[in-house]
Design a protein around this ligand. Sequence first.
Ligand SMILES: NC(=O)c1ccc[n+]([C@@H]2O[C@H](COP(=O)([O-])OP(=O)(O)OC[C@H]3O[C@@H](n4cnc5c(N)ncnc54)[C@H](O)[C@@H]3O)[C@@H](O)[C@H]2O)c1
Length: 348
Amino acid sequence: MKCTTVNITSQKTKYKIYVGSGFIQNRIEDYANDNAFFIVDEKVASLYKNIIPSNSKRVFLFKANERNKTLLNVEKMLKFLKNNGALRDSTLVAIGGGITGDTAAFTASLYMRGIKLIQIPTTLLSMLDSSVGGKTGVNLQGIKNNIGTFYQPKEVLIDCYFLNSLTNKEYLNGFAEAVKIAAVQDKEFFSYIEENIKHILDRKKSVMEKLILKSCMLKAQVVEQDEKESGIRKLLNFGHTVAHGIESDSKYRVHHGYAVAMGMVYESQYALNNGYLDEETFNKIKNLLMKLKYPITYTPKDKEKMLLAISKDKKAGKDGISMAVAGSNMQGVIINNVKPKEIIDLFY
Ligand SMILES: NC(=O)c1ccc[n+]([C@@H]2O[C@H](COP(=O)([O-])OP(=O)(O)OC[C@H]3O[C@@H](n4cnc5c(N)ncnc54)[C@H](O)[C@@H]3O)[C@@H](O)[C@H]2O)c1
């Protein structure tokens, strides 16, 4: 089965991303024959019984949710590896969405100071975004991704076959990240998304393969220049400052991707009001998100709490927050010293 390969090369690491449809079964079999260890999202294991190995000494089933993205589960995974004889040259294969990928990758980075990691993302979010970039981690005392490491996989194997079983909500939840990366980095890619809205909503494999590949390449380019988010990687936070406030205000009832989609609209409004963005680009971003069927407005339940959540954002400094926006011509811009109150005032 054909798939496209991209080589990712950074100063410290080299790995390959494979994107295609229908090639994954052979690759999983190869790793199973090679005595690899697997950490698999329990739901994916039950949906794809035909391709997920079932050897209990090799397969750790993980119930993927934010409450389980913890150090305790990392410890269980480490013990599973130790008790089943994993060695320094063993391979750990993570199969699942971003929660499974982040937790398993963190485990791989710790076991014997780091073993070989293969990512097989199964949600759109993890295909487009979380499986590339090397951020691993878990939540601590309810704070998302509070602890973790930077650890790159040896391979990322992306098979669009897994998209078939995602709900529409999960699918769109992931797609927001593709819009984001296009809006801050690549005008042509943004146009490609605009031209393919129907195919995207229909999950057409050939279009999705191109989109996933492009998103991964764009993210990898940014990460290569700035692995630890001290500069250009901050652009990937477009939409996320406001999303953080919406998620907190809605007690996480609004899914992350939906919050990011609304966040992109509000942050673009701020950029427009303050001369960082032209009206035409603003309308393009807003219209694309509407056509993809994202809600684009949000009514806060408690503006004060939302203000607090945005002010405590990790991008906050003493003079305000720094916020990434899509500038005119879809070149991302970081705006410094934004007053959180000015953001809150954009909401009715
Ligand atoms: N490391 C990074 O750079 C990075 C970037 C963005 C997000 N993240 C993290 O990613 C996580 C969110 O990832 P997610 O949205 O993939 O969530 P997830 O892993 O919880 O998956 C969402 C749901 O889909 C189910 N699922 C997985 N694959 C499926 C499939 N093929 N068919 C049907 N159901 C399937 C899961 O069981 C789960 O119920 C968050 O914890 C976030 O912090 C990490």
